[in-house]
Design a protein around this ligand. Sequence first.
Ligand SMILES: [Zn+2]
Length: 141
Amino acid sequence: MNISLNKRVISLFTLKSAIFIFVIVIGISISMLSPFSVANLKAEVFKATAYCSCEKCCNKNPSDKRYGITATGKVAKWGTVAVDRRIIKLGSKLKIAGFPKTTFRAEDVGSAIKGNHIDIWFPSHEEALEFGVKKMVVYNY
Ligand SMILES: [Zn+2]
């Protein structure tokens, strides 16, 4: 191997590293812009169910002081999600594939919400029933 070939090998190597770094930088930028990017390992598939503030869902009747109040003390509203706090930290923000306009927040818990399972709050029992059970990609940040 002569010197010029060595140089060419080195410059090829440098070019490859430059491309490699460029790809990583672009990849990070994309994953930051798009929470559902494949490159983002924080996106996971969860079982998604739905609930409302009613007695059937929360075992609290409207006369209860804590009716419609989440585990974190907030008024349940669209965007409220119940989680298993061992999986998702209470208070953290979530993006759920299928609801691109909404930033959800883990504000509630439930005895039936265990592991990779989220319970999405809806304003009425009918809407919660209509939602049913789905597999959804959840991004926790
Ligand atoms: Zn309900």
